[in-house]
Design a protein around this ligand. Structure first.
Ligand SMILES: *Cc1c(COP(=O)(O)O)cnc(C)c1O
Length: 564
C-alpha cells in the first residue's frame, strides 16, 4: 500500500477526532476534513503530523473570567498504532531518533488514508529532545524551530523509512512544514554525492511541492533569527537559505515554502488577493476552504438528508435539493439540534436558556482581530433591541493561546458583559472549545455570528459548518463570506465590503451595522415571518452547504495542485 501513495500532506496539527487532542483550531480541523475527504474520494494520500503527546491545553475559566490552562491527557496507545520502524534527523548537530504512530482514516466506502504521528519521546534521546513532540505551539522559538525540523525533515525521513517511495507531491499545509524542502534538497544533492545544492536541485524540488498559505496576519508567519536557524539546522542549509529563503536576515518559513513550490494557493478568493499584495507575488491561486459534510452535519439533519437527498454524502453538490425539503421538517430537525445545544449549555453553564428564544452562536479562537466583543460595543443599545425587536440569547466559546494576554482579556470582557446584561440578555461562555463543541454550537444556534476585522480572516470554516446545518451567517464581508453571502438569501452582512485594504476606521461602523441588522431585519424575520426565516435556512444549505465543502475543495487540489 505505501508504494501506491503519491501525495504526502504535511500539517503541524490535524483534528482526527475529539479524543485525539492534537489540534488547536481551524487549521487542524481543515487538515482533518481534507484527509477525511481524500479517503472518501480515493486520493492516494498519506498525512504527516506530530504526536503532541501532551496536546494543546484544557481551558478552564476562573471566577474572575480569566482563562487557566490545564494539561491534557490522552491515551496514545489506545488511539493509535505504534509502528516498529525507527528513523532519525539531525538537529543542533545531534541525532534525534524518531518513531511514528499510525491512524487509518477510512472513507465512506472503505478507502484508507494513513496519518503518521511523529514521536521523539524515545529512550535513545535526551530529555530536551524527548519533549519536542509533546506540546502543540508550546515553548520558545528554539523549541518551535526544532519541532518544525522534526515535522518537515523528520517527516521526509519517515516516509522513506516506511516505504513510501513514489511520492511526487509534498503538500505543505501552512509554512510550519516547509523545512521538508530542505530534506528534499539534501536528498537531491546526496544522490549525486554533493554537499551543496545547485539551482537544478532547487528546480527539481520545486516541481514536487505545493504550498497552502493560511493567514494574512503577519505574526502568523514563522520567522527565526539566522543565528538560531544555523544553530538548529546547521550551516549546510544556509547556502540556500541566504539566497532564497531569507528576509531581513531572518529565516522565514513562508518565504521558503513560496520559493520552493510549483503551486501556491490562499484559502479564499479574497485571501489570495491579500496574499499577493503581502508577498508581492503575481501567482497565488485561490482554493476556497470547505468542511467535511458527513462530519459536521448534526444527527437530525443527517436523518433528514438521508430521507430526502439519499446521495448527499457521496455527492455534496446534491444538497442543492434542500430547497425541496418541506420547511416544517427543516424546522423540526433544527429544533432537535437546538435542544441538544441548549441542554448542554444549561447543564454546563447553568444558563437557563429557552428553546423559543432567538440564539446567537459565536465560537472561535479568542484572537483580537476576530473581535468577539464587537457585539458589546454599546450595551444600552443592545438592551433596547431586546425590547423593540424581541429577546435573544448568546452562546460563546473559544480558547486564547496561552501567551496571548490580549486574547485572554477579550474572554474576560465577554464574561463581564454577561454580568452587565443580566437579566435582559442571557450569555454563556462555554469552556474548552473543541471539535465536539464546534459541532454542537454550529448546528444548534439560530444564527452564526462572525466579526473578523477585514481583511484578516483568511477563510473561516465554522460558518460553513453552520450553513450545512441550515444556520445562516451574520458576518463581516471577509474570508469565505465574500463568496458565500447573498443578502437576505444565505444570511446577512455586517458593514460594507471594504475590499482588501480595509482600515481600522471603517470598522467603527461595524457595530452599528450589526445592531441595525439584528433589530430591523433578523429578529423581525425570526419572530414575525417564520417561513421567511426557514427559507433563508434552506438557502444556506442549498447554495452554501452544496459548495463550501471539502469534496469540492479536494477536487480542486487534485486538479490544480496534485495531478497538474
Ligand atoms: C471549525 C473550527 C474552527 C474554525 O473556526 P473559524 O471560526 O472558522 O476560524 C476552530 N476550532 C474548532 C474547534 C472548530 O471546530
Amino acid at each position: 500500500m505505501p508504494a501506491e501513495r503519491r501525495i504526502a500532506y504535511f500539517s503541524m496539527e490535524i483534528a482526527i477526532e475529539p479524543s485525539i487532542p492534537t489540534y488547536s483550531g481551524g487549521l487542524g480541523v481543515l487538515a482533518g476534513d481534507t484527509i477525511r475527504t481524500a479517503a472518501d474520494l480515493h486520493v492516494p494520500m498519506v498525512a504527516i503530523t506530530l504526536l503532541h503527546r501532551k496536546g494543546y491545553f484544557t481551558q478552564r475559566i476562573d471566577a474572575q473570567g480569566w482563562q487557566q490552562e490545564e494539561p491534557v491527557t490522552w491515551s496514545v496507545k489506545s488511539c493509535l498504532e505504534g509502528l516498529p520502524e525507527s528513523f532519525s534527523v539531525v538537529i543542533e548537530g545531534r541525532t534525534v531518533f524518531l518513531r511514528a504512530w499510525k491512524y487509518d482514516v477510512t472513507g465512506c466506502d472503505g478507502f484508507v488514508v494513513p496519518v503518521l504521528f511523529l514521536d521523539s519521546d524515545v529512550p535513545e534521546n535526551n530529555d530536551w529532545d524527548r519533549a519536542l513532540t509533546h506540546y502543540l505551539y508550546g515553548g520558545d522559538a528554539r523549541y518551535r524551530l526544532c519541532q518544525e525540523a522534526i515535522l518537515g525533515m523528520g517527516g521526509v525521513k519517515a516516509l522513506r523509512a516506511l516505504g513510501f517511495r513514489e511520492i511526487n507531491r509534498f503538500h505543505m499545509n501552512e509554512g510550519h512544514a516547509s523545512l521538508l524542502t530542505l530534506a528534499l534538497l539534501e536528498e537531491q544533492a546526496q544522490r549525486e554525492g554533493r554537499e551543496y545544492f545547485t539551482s537544478n536541485d532547487i528546480e527539481q524540488v520545486r516541481q514536487q511541492c505545493v504550498f497552502t498559505t493560511h493567514t494574512p496576519v503577519p505574526a502568523g508567519h514563522d520567522q527565526f533569527g539566522m543565528d538560531l536557524a544555523i544553530q538548529v539546522l546547521g550551516r549546510r542549509d544556509m547556502i540556500a537559505t541566504q539566497e532564497l529563503f531569507g528576509a531581513n536576515g531572518q529565516l522565514n518559513l513562508t518565504m521558503l515554502a513560496l520559493n520552493l513550490s510549483r503551486y501556491v494557493n490562499g484559502v479564499a478568493k479574497r485571501h489570495s488577493e491579500v496574499s499577493k499584495a503581502m508577498f508581492a507575488l503575481e501567482e497565488v491561486d485561490a482554493i476556497t476552504n470547505g468542511v467535511h459534510a458527513g462530519t459536521w452535519v448534526s444527527e437530525p439533519f443527517q436523518a433528514l438528508f438521508d430521507a430526502h437527498i439519499p446521495s448527499w454524502r457521496e455527492d455534496n453538490f446534491s444538497l442543492r435539493h434542500a430547497l425541496k425539503i418541506p420547511s416544517r421538517d427543516i424546522w423540526e430537525a433544527h429544533l432537535s439540534a437546538k435542544r441538544k445545544l441548549l441542554d448542554y449549555v444549561n447543564q454546563h453553564a447553568m444558563a437557563g436558556m429557552s428553546l423559543d428564544v432567538f440564539t446567537i452562536g459565536f465560537a472561535r479562537r479568542a484572537a483580537l482581530y476576530k473581535r468577539a466583543d464587537l457585539l458589546f460595543h454599546d450595551v444600552e443599545r443592545l438592551k433596547r433591541i431586546v425590547s423593540s425587536a424581541g429577546p435573544f440569547q448568546l452562546i460563546y466559546a473559544g480558547k486564547a493561546h496561552p501567551h496571548d494576554q490580549a486574547g485572554k482579556e477579550l474572554i474576560q470582557r465577554i464574561i463581564k458583559a454577561k454580568e452587565a446584561l443580566k437579566p435582559s440578555i442571557k450569555i454563556a461562555y462555554l469552556e474548552n472549545y473543541d471539535m465536539h463543541l464546534g459541532k454542537l454550537i454550529t448546528a444548534g444556534a439560530d444564527v452564526w455570528l462572525n466579526t473578523p476585522q477585514p481583511p484578516l480572516e483568511a477563510s473561516g470554516t465554522s460558518g460553513m459548518k453552520a450553513a450545512l446545518n441550515g444556520v445562516p451567517s451574520l458576518s463581516t464581508l471577509d474570508g469565505w463570506w465574500v463568496e458565500g453571502h447573498l443578502e437576505g438569501v444565505t444570511g446577512w452582512a455586517i458593514g460594507a465590503d471594504y475590499g482588501h485594504a480595509a482600515t481600522q476606521e471603517q470598522s467603527a461602523n461595524d457595530a452599528a451595522s450589526l445592531y441595525d441588522k439584528l433589530e430591523q431585519v433578523i429578529l423581525p424575520l425570526f419572530y414575525r415571518n417564520h417561513d421567511g426565516y426557514i427559507n433563508v435556512m434552506q438557502h444556506a444549505i442549498a447554495l452554501n452547504g452544496s459548495f463550501f465543502n471539502t469534496q469540492r475543495m479536494v477536487q480542486e487540489y487534485v486538479l490544480k495542485g496534485y495531478f497538474h
